[in-house]
Write a protein that binds this ligand. Structure first.
Ligand code: DC
Length: 228
């Protein structure tokens, strides 16, 4: 069994579709840590903006990000997400939110508000956070950083399988192009672009199972834990 001291932050970053949330959730459950899906936070701000019916503007996005109250309530394998008291777990995965979220996440005032909240949540105890800037910006002092990635082809294959399981028709070439475009947007934006922290462990999951990746992260967490 791995026993870790309080206040230990595990930072998992990487591009869309690399399996971060599945892996982070499993690792957190195995360690008894809280799990914070920071992508869900940017999605929640985007959802709230769409609810207003107003067109996107940096000012509106920033104001909503400062006002919003986001909470996570884990339930079995699900990580339920609430904005104020409204459940948004499924709504934040909708197409309109997915299409707009990159723009919202690029607004400096939005990032400032989200990073503040993430640091507050992180300070409360042992946590696993996943996102794009956790190891570089939010918790640069974390002793346990992982950069999780997989080839564009493999990420498109995984996403396609999920969509097919929901009965949707899948165009794999289009999916690959979408993923490559999202990578470019996340890596080339001015504020907190996606990049591997110098001291992060690089893990390509293309040929690894979920259990293999989770096992690697749990081993690393055991090695990197601060000495009590
Ligand atoms: O991981 P995801 O697809 O749910 O992320 C949604 C969007 O939020 C995506 O455009 C990247 C962005 N994001 C970010 O900029 N910083 C984070 N820490 C997490 C997500």
């Amino acid at each position: 069994m791995i026993v870790l001291t309080r206040g230990f932050v595990i930072a998992i970053d990487g591009p869309a579709g690399a399996g971060k949330s599945t892996i982070a959730k499993k690792a957190a459950a195995a360690l008894g840590f809280a799990y914070i899906d920071t992508g869900a936070m940017y999605r929640s701000v985007t959802w709230k903006l769409l609810q207003t019916g107003e067109p996107f503007s940096e000012g509106l996005a920033g104001r909503l990000a400062r006002e919003i109250r986001i909470s996570f309530r884990p339930e079995g394998a699900r990580n339920r997400v609430f904005v104020d008291e409204t459940e948004v777990t499924d709504a934040i995965r909708s197409m309109p939110v997915t299409k707009l979220v990159s723009r919202v996440a690029a607004v400096p005032a939005v990032r400032e508000a989200m990073v503040d909240q993430q640091r507050r949540m992180g300070r409360e105890g042992n946590v696993v956070l996943d996102g794009r800037d956790i190891g570089t910006v939010v918790f640069p002092d974390s002793p346990c950083k992982i950069y999780l990635t997989a080839s564009v082809e493999e990420r498109a294959r995984r996403r396609g399988k999920e969509l097919e399981a929901k009965g949707e028709a899948v165009d794999y070439k289009l999916l690959q192009a979408d993923i490559a475009a999202r990578d470019k947007q996340d890596m080339e934006r001015d504020v907190s672009p996606l990049k591997q922290a110098d001291d992060a462990v690089y893990l390509d999951t293309s040929d690894l199972s979920i259990d293999e990746v989770t096992g690697t992260i749990l081993r690393l967490a055991g090695e990197r834990r601060p000495q009590a």
